[in-house]
Design a protein. Sequence first.
Length: 236
Amino acid sequence: MSATQSNELPLWVQDRDKVIAASTNVQWRYGTAPDYTRSKENLAKESTRNHVEGSLEAIVQNLVRTFEMEVSFKTNPQQWLSVVNDKFRITTNGGKEFTAADVSVQGTYNVFMGDSEHYKASEETFETSGHLFHSTFPQGFPWEVLEVYSGPPVVTFKWRHWGHFQGSYKDYAPTGETVEIIGLSVAHVTDDLKIVSLEHYFDNTLFLEKLTAGGKVAADNQGKGCPFSSWFKKSR
């Protein structure tokens, strides 16, 4: 699949800002459309890849970023452009399948992380999970495609998620280091590049080990509230 002019492609595989601009009468989760200005600045400084516009890598990256935006900010999954709503399924590490409606209620973090020693998706909500990771990574938690191994209709790709661990994770102290996740995903897509199913594979144990490496916060520092809570409220 050779590079294609972006304006010849379906809207949902173009830049997500174009998707947001074209989204009319949408039920936005926080009452207004999201602003990715700061995210784009961070991506420009910290991304390890600069994919050619219209390339397969750029198309896949745009599609997944649009999907993430729609899950995070569009409360009605029927208004998501990036998926085939009635068929869509998502799994992590071969686990439970979730529908679009499930993801809309639970959020991507809970679907992504599942239950383990240091994170219990079953005990978190969309709001609490988002608050937790926004507090842990106050400068953001960007995502990029590293490589694409196969094109449509079964797209296999390697990706990178990263953030600066500058806020406490639950009652664990921040280390200040850059925490990075490298994973692999398989997306089944339609002829017009909507997602039918999405499978993620990554080591969430390693990720959580990094978030607990700083040890428990001293008892006299607990209960003082999250120092980034005002930022989180503003960002919503």
